[in-house]
Unconditional design. Sequence first.
Lengths: 323, 320
Amino acid sequence: MSALEPDACIEMYRQMVLIRHFEELALKLRLDDRIHGVVHPYSGQEAIAVGVCANLRVTDRIVSNHRGHGHCIAKGADVNRMMAELFGRRTGYCKGKGGSMHIADFDAGMLGANGIVGAGLPITAGAGVAAQLEGGDAVAVGFFGDGATGEGPFHESLNIASLLKLPVVWVCENNQYAAETPVAAGLAAPNVADLAAGYDMPGVIVDGNDVLAVYAASREAVQRARAGRGPTLLECKTWRHHGHALRDVMPPERRPADQIALWQARDPIPAFETFLRTHGLLNDEQMADIGLSIDQDLVDAVAFADASPYPAPEEALEDVFAL
Amino acid sequence: MTRLSFAAALDSALAEEMRRDPRVFTMSTSPSPALLAELGPLRVKRMPISEATMTGIAVGSAGCGFRPVVHWRSVTFAFMAFDQVVNQACKIRYMFGGQRDFPIVFRANYATGLRSAAQHSQTGYALYAHLAGLKVVLPSGAADARGLLKSAIRDNNPVVCFEPSRIDPLEEDVADDGEGLVPIGVASVKRPGTDVTLVALGYMVYPALAAAEELSADGASVEVIDPRTLVPLDVDRIRQSVRKTGRLLVVDESPPTCSMAAEITASVAEDWETCRALRAPVRRVCTPAVPIPFSPPLEDFVLPDQARIAGTVRELLGYT
C-alpha cells in the first residue's frame, strides 16, 4: 500500500478523526463522571499511531503505553468494546478489569496499554523475539513517550533488540513533556533519536504531526525489520492537546502559552485536511460526512457500553490463573 | 534410577522439556554449552545482564504463544526485574480479562549457608508468594526439582522456581523412566510421625529430618512435611497433619515478618478443626530480622539449624 493511494489516505484521515472524537468524548464522559478512574487523552498525537499502523498487518504486534486509546483504534480495535471497557462493563475488552489504561486486543495484535512508564519496551522486545522464533516476517512496534527514556529498561531493550537483530520498530512519541517535566530537563541528549547510535541502529527524527511523514519513516523501519535487518528508533516530535491525565477535573495547564500556540497551529488533523483538499482527495463536505458518521458510531458505542451489564462482583476472582 | 545432583536434575528437566515442546525457549546470562550446542542460539539465548528486559521479553513472547524459561541466577538479581514481575507477569492475564495465558518459568537461586553475605543469601520467596498471579515452587531434592521444573514449564501461568544453592551438589536417585512429573501444589511427607508436625522449606528439610532422627532417640515421633510448592500451598495436607499431631513448628530460613512461616501458621490457626486440635502454641524457627552476615560464626548464629529445631520441638513436646 502506498500512502498516496486515495483510499489509504482517506482511511488514515478517518482513523485520525475517530481517535480525536473518541478522546474528546472520553474526556467529557470522565468529567461528567460517567466513566471512572484516569484518562490519558491522545488528542494531538493521532498522526503517529495512524501513520505507523498503516504499515502493519493483523499478524504484526504493537505494545502501547498509558496513553493507549489511539494505538488501539489504529491497530483495529472495536470502539464498542473499548467504550464498554471505559464504562467498566463485562462486554469490554478486559471484561471491566482493565479500564482506560489497560485496553488490549490480542486478536488484533494489540498487546496492551501499560500504566508503568517504559515497561512496554521489554514486552515489545518479547513480541520481537516471538516473531523471530516463528520464522515469518511479522514485526513488533513499541510505542512510548519521551519520559520512558529515563527508565533503565528503555536502554536495555534498545541494546537487546539490536544485539539480537529483533524485528522491532521503536516509536518514541516525544510530546515535549514527561507528565510535567520538559523533555530537556529529563534527557541529556538533544534528541531521543540521538540515542540510537549508541545501540547501533538507525535513529530518525520525524514530524509526528505529519501523518504522511510518519507513514513514510515507519514504512522504511518496518521494511527493514521485516527483512531481518534489525530495529529502528523513530522519534516523532509531537504535542498533546491536554494535560498528562485527568480524573474528575482537567489538570492545570503549566506549559508556556507561546509553546501551546505554536503547537496548536500545527494540529495534525487540519494539516492533513489541507493536504486532502489540495490533492482533491476529499472536499469539505466529504470530510464533514466522515466526522458525522464517526460521531454516530461513537453515540452507538456509548449506547452499547451503557446497555451492557456490569460484571458480577464475584467475577473479580476470575482470570488470575489459567487452567 | 540415575544418581543426579539437584543442579543436574534441574538442567536435565529443562533440556527434556525443550526437546519435548518447540515453543519452550530459554534466556540466561550463562546458558548451558551443551544445550546451546544441541538446540541453537535462537532457543538457548545468551543475554546481557539485563534482568528487567529478559523478564519483559518473557512476558511479551509468552503472550504470543511461546513458553519462555528465564534464568535469573540469584533471586537477588531478579529484584532488578521487579516491575516486570509485580506489574506485568502477575497482572497481565487478569488485567486484560484473560485474553491470553502467560506460561513463563523464572528460575532463581539463593545462597544461604554458603558464606555469601547479605545480598546473595536472602531467600526472597515470600516476596513473590505475596503477589497474586504467580505460582511459586521450592524443591528440596533432585527428583522433586526435576519433576517440579517440568510441571512449571508445562503450566500455563508464570511460575517462579526457587533453587537453594546449598542443595545443588546433593545427589538423589531420580527415576529415568517416565516423565517424573511432580504436581504443583502438592506437599510431600518426608517422614511420618504422630507427635509434632515440622514443616520445613527448601534446604531446611535436611536439618529438620536430622532433628526428627535425633528426637526419635527420645521416643518422639516427628512428622516432617516439605510443602514443595508455596503458591498454591497444600494447606489441606498441613492441616491434616496438625490435626493428628496437635503441634506445629515451621522452619523457614527467612525473617519471620510476612514470611511463608507466618502464612503457614496462619493457615493452620484460622481453621477451627485444626486450631482446636492444638496442644501447644504454633512456633516458627526463622532467621532473626537481620540481613544475613558473612563471617561463619555470624551466619551460623542467624540461620536455623538442627539444634534450634530440635530444641524448639522439645519445648512443644513439653505441652501436654
